[in-house]
Design a protein. Structure first.
Length: 321
């Protein structure tokens, strides 16, 4: 563009001294010194104009690396740095700065190690096959559109979203239950993904909870919920179903499932995980600071909200320890 050419002439143009413009700046209409322009470009290419705030030899990197090893995301790390060093801007870093430091690392083992500490990104969503849904229909479903307003408002605990995380070839599965108001997570070991397995596993997961923490469960129309009436009778929970092909109606659970893929990768056999191991993963999730909770953890918010509702719950039990 004309402005690009003008700036380049101002940087590297020349004229005799007696023809120079104001304050010695070369006039735009003068000649162009390509040799000087090349030297200047090379100098700028070797030395950045602004030093990077976060680099591997700096004082801030060990603290950032420690948080990465705890499986915190760059945004969570940035918030933790601000809380730890509120009056020291030099010891703060934005999440973009942390991402840039990781991806600026030279290709090799160190970069692969750092990238593996980040949350696994999702691939492009594939469009569903056109035509009728051939999975079969669940009977006596209650629509999400008649779910009580208190569940939609997300003000009190006890309203859950549920789903299955599938393993390789859909041969294994782990049940996910997320409290809508606090993001508190429970993971349930499944003996397959059949309706009988889901009934047994979800019944066992809800059984230790106070009756006030078993209000509603929102689920998709997966065939594993074919025995939803039996589950409702066994637990006292009211079950509501999303519209077909509408994952955003369970957006909280979908988000949690994406985060859990860091521990339960796609294409692996999930049956190798014991309930104790799943509890440890849930503990990690429930002790992570979350932005939507004001950087508090789901565990502490869950316990606080239960106390406000007069529900006595052992913190150790709530956190799964």
């Amino acid at each position: 563009s004309p402005s690009t050419i003008s700036r380049e002439l101002r940087r590297n143009g020349w004229k005799p001294a007696h023809e120079r413009g104001v304050m010695g700046r070369p006039a735009i209409a003068g000649g162009y010194d390509a040799v000087r322009a090349g030297r200047r470009a090379g100098r700028l290419r070797r030395k950045p104009r602004v030093e990077r705030k976060l680099h591997f030899d700096g004082t801030l990197w060990p603290e950032v690396r420690q948080h990465l090893d705890r499986c915190l995301s760059p945004e969570q790390i940035s918030a933790q740095l601000k809380r730890a060093h509120p009056d020291k801007p030099a010891l703060n870093a934005s999440h973009e700065t942390i991402y840039n430091a990781i991806y600026a690392a030279p290709r090799g083992e160190l970069r692969r190690e750092l990238v593996s500490l980040l949350r696994q990104g999702r691939g492009a969503r594939r469009p569903r096959t056109r035509g009728d849904d051939r999975r079969g229909k669940l009977v006596d479903m209650v629509s999400i559109h008649v779910r009580p307003p208190e569940a939609n408002d997300r003000l009190i605990p006890g309203h859950w979203e549920g789903d299955l995380i599938k393993g390789i070839a859909n041969r294994s599965a782990v049940g996910t239950l997320v409290d809508r108001s606090t993001l508190f997570v429970m993971l349930v070991k499944m003996d397959g993904s059949t309706a009988e397995a889901a009934l047994k596993a979800y019944s066992a997961a809800f059984a230790p909870l106070d009756e006030e923490l078993r209000k509603t469960l929102t689920y998709d129309q997966g065939k594993e919920m074919a025995l939803h009436k039996e589950l409702a009778e066994a637990t006292g929970i009211r079950i509501y179903f999303c519209d077909p092909h509408s994952p955003w109606q369970r957006g909280i659970c979908e988000n949690i499932n994406g985060l859990l893929r860091q521990f339960l990768p796609k294409g692996t056999d999930l049956s190798v995980f014991s309930q104790r191991q799943l509890d440890a993963i849930a503990l990690n999730m429930n002790t992570r600071p979350r932005k939507t909770l004001g950087w508090r953890t789901p565990g502490e918010v869950f316990i606080e909200n239960c106390a406000k509702q007069g529900i006595v719950i052992d913190p150790a039990v709530a956190l799964g320890v």
